[in-house]
Design a protein around this ligand. Structure first.
Ligand SMILES: [Mg+2]
Length: 283
């Protein structure tokens, strides 16, 4: 059988706030039981891998830390590769700080290599002014993600993208963003699972991040309607998902889904394996 695997968004797909989406636990536990490779992909940089794991375990989803990939991790790994042992001024919280430390970065409040922005509740005008002057002084602006807002139980909270836009407007400098839909995070997640492009399925509820990111990478995409995108919104976009489902529960048995919906007709690939198959087929 062909090896396939899933990249899965969490908020709006697995849960809403602290509320489990019915059937999501069954789907994930089936992935675990069938040893189908998967990774949870989140644009929330606030929590650490362990925090996210605990949240999911409390909902009855028995995942481990290795199943979690946050935009904070993607950002820290990208920076460590781009400039090893660098320094960062951070607007953000635990998840981002820990990921940067873990990747050999020092957190400073003077003359950093990078100003790195995530979400958090500790932002003040002083913090922003401080960041502005560092950026104008030569620090590069890095965004963990550009999500403009995030739906909450009581309404909408401003997202990381809003903070980044503020800094961009004041400084006239453009941020580099690592989170979904950036190919940096989308590709790193696939590599983590050791899948090829054509073996990768992205499941998410947001067109601008999950689905756009997947489409750009040539992955198969599944949109769930349990989160931010409504069916009538689909008309507004020049791109679209391969499959639309009411809920992740509708995918049923993940092994069957992969075999019947995904394996067929998915010839797109840019990997050595695929080239070998092509060579053999055309010999
Ligand atoms: Mg989502």
């Amino acid at each position: 059988m062909m090896r396939n695997g899933f990249l899965i968004d969490m908020d709006g797909v697995i849960y809403r706030g602290s509320q489990l989406i019915p059937g999501a636990d069954r789907f994930i536990n089936a992935l675990l039981a069938q040893e189908i490779p998967f990774l949870f992909l989140t644009n929330n940089s606030q929590r650490t891998r362990r925090d996210v794991t605990t949240k999911l375990q409390r909902m009855g989803i028995e995942v481990e830390e290795r199943h979690i990939f946050t935009c904070a991790m993607a950002t820290a790994r990208f920076l460590a590769k781009h400039k090893p042992g660098g320094t960062a001024y951070v607007i953000g919280e635990g998840g981002l700080l820990q990921a940067l430390h873990h990747n050999g970065y020092s957190i400073v409040d003077h003359a950093p290599d990078f100003v790195v922005v995530g979400e958090g509740r500790t932002i003040t005008l002083d913090t922003l002014e401080h960041a502005v002057n560092m950026i104008l002084g030569g620090a590069k602006l890095i965004a963990t993600n550009m999500d403009p807002n995030c739906p909450t139980k009581t309404g909408t909270r401003p997202g990381c993208g809003a903070t980044v836009s503020y800094l961009e407007t004041v400084t006239g400098r453009k941020a580099f963003s690592v989170g979904k839909p950036s190919p940096i995070m989308m590709r790193a997640a696939r590599k983590e699972l050791m899948l090829t492009t054509s073996q990768t399925v992205m499941v998410g509820d947001t067109m601008e991040t999950d689905i756009l990111g997947g489409v750009q990478m040539g992955y198969r995409t599944v949109l769930t309607l349990t989160g931010s995108t409504k069916r009538e919104d689909l008309d507004k976009y020049a791109f679209g998902p391969d499959v639309v489902v009411e809920s992740v529960a509708e995918l049923g048995d993940p092994g069957n889904f992969l075999e019947f919906k995904i394996s067929q007709g998915n010839k797109e690939d840019d990997t050595v394996n695929d080239l070998n198959a092509w060579r053999l087929a055309n010999a």
